[in-house]
Design a protein around this ligand. Structure first.
Ligand code: MEV
Length: 443
């Protein structure tokens, strides 16, 4: 196998190497090995215990990959003031959230409510036989199936959670011989992925064993094939709603501007409801807020994103997650999203910065965190759509992006200061920033 730079060499037993050996091997993949090592080294913690903690999160960890952690203050959620932590690389997101928080802080703030907290998972299996016999078998052994998970669910039950429903679903119309055990869970403050998957695997094992010795089954029917046992990240009954509202004429400085703004805003949200091209970008703006808080809270942002986009497409057409309306002179803007989040277990107890973020948010329970995350999504969406229907987003974006462009040009502190002053009244682009720096440097 080639070992040319940039092509990637083959290595066996990489995961078994020590960290020093891994670093040595990986550095040899670069044209300048010592420089490559230095980059990795610069992102390592000096505190060895802290670094060791991070190294154990994943396999083959070489260093840390930093993401800025910012905060958006002045959120009022159900009457309580909160500063929200956000981990995100996109320049304008925290600024937009902060602006929206401040805007709504003078209009009663955000309201948030939990619609449900049910999680779901499935044992997907193949049964080759008479469907009615399977139904009878399932009804007979339903409680035995549940009892087989008692050891796993013991602690969760003592905290008020556990398996809340178990049913057999015939999916043989979609794929011949395909059935499911559909299992519903309450996992309290845990996201519950390990708990759910352990229960499902146990249910699968018990199902197979019970079928194998069920006297009413034929030899073929006795052989249930478990295809897989896994939670679903689509959690339509683990839902939260965030909303803001105020009299239309209080939205902006003048009643006339307010009315025009509200109407255009509602129109923009309607477009996102019917036009998938717009809906995806509209929802991306919501995810800017949601992902940043989910990440800062140490939760699984991929799971959250997968579930939310499934919800957005639940009608058969991908649609806007938020709704806006004007009714009886009141402007109301709201967002419903499925969110399976945890405030105990996983990274939440392990990662010092995640713990810090939880403390900043007042150590929320899972339901409170769902509300905070939904509010961050709605705030972000409000800020984006407000900019879009008024000034356009580039004005704000490029102002925030200015520092990135200046850093790309290795601008000094004095140059940055001069540029920020200059671009207060001038349009920012890569070209205009480069030109200004040429001028400043020639001066
Ligand atoms: C950019 O990250 C997000 C927006 O495009 C969202 C939107 O268009 O609503 C501004």
């Amino acid at each position: 196998m080639s070992n040319q730079k940039g092509q990637g060499a083959f290595v066996s037993g990489f995961s078994k190497k020590t960290k020093a050996e891994k670093l040595d091997w990986i550095s040899q993949q670069f044209n300048n090995p010592s420089q490559a090592l230095e980059v990795l080294h610069n992102y390592n913690h000096n505190d060895q215990a802290l670094q060791a903690l991070h190294d154990e999160f994943i396999e083959n960890a070489l260093t840390n990959f930093y993401m800025p952690l910012g905060v958006a203050p002045n959120f009022i959620i159900n009457g309580k003031t909160l500063t929200i932590p956000m981990a995100i690389e996109e320049s304008s997101v925290v600024a937009a959230a902060s602006k929206a928080a401040k805007f709504w802080s003078t209009k009663g703030g955000f309201n948030a409510a939990i619609m449900g907290t049910e999680k779901v998972g499935h044992v997907h299996f193949m049964y080759h036989g008479d469907a009615q016999k399977l139904i009878t078998f399932f009804e007979k052994y339903r409680s035995s199936l549940l009892a087989s998970t008692d050891e796993i669910t013991h602690n969760m039950r003592s905290r008020g959670g556990g398996i809340t429903a178990l049913s057999l679903v015939d999916k043989s119309d979609a794929i011949s011989d395909y059935y499911q055990l559909d299992v519903r869970f309450e996992t309290q403050d845990a996201m519950g992925a390990n708990f759910i998957n352990s229960c499902l695997e146990q249910l699968g094992t018990t199902l197979k064993a019970l079928a194998a010795k069920h006297p009413d089954f034929s030899e073929k029917e006795k052989v249930i094939e478990i295809v897989m046992s896994i939670l679903s990240n689509y959690v339509p009954n683990c839902m939260v709603e965030a909303a803001v509202s105020c009299p239309v004429n209080e939205l902006l400085a003048s009643p006339e501007d307010s009315r025009l703004f509200a109407e255009k805003f509602v129109q923009a949200v309607r477009i996102a409801a019917v036009e998938p091209f717009r809906a995806v970008t509209h929802n991306k703006g919501i995810m800017n807020g949601i992902d940043a808080v989910v990440m800062a809270s140490g939760n699984d942002f991929r799971a959250v994103a997968a579930g939310i986009h499934a919800h957005a497409a639940a009608s058969g057409q991908y649609q806007s997650l938020s709704k806006a309306e004007i009714k009886d002179g009141i402007f109301r803007f709201s967002l419903r999203v499925p969110l399976a989040l945890g405030t105990v277990g996983g990274l939440t107890n392990l990662h010092p910065l995640v713990r810090w973020c939880h403390e900043l948010m007042g150590t929320p329970n899972a339901q409170e965190l769902m509300q905070i995350v939904a509010v961050a999504g709605l705030a972000q969406n409000f800020a984006a759509v407000k900019s879009l229907v008024t000034t356009g987003i580039q004005q704000g974006h490029m102002k925030m992006h200015l520092l990135n462009i200046l850093n790309q040009h290795q601008a000094t502190e004095a140059e940055k200061k001069a540029a920020i002053a200059h671009f207060k009244d001038n349009p920012v682009s890569h070209h205009t920033v480069a030109n200004l720096l040429v001028k400043l440097r020639g001066a």
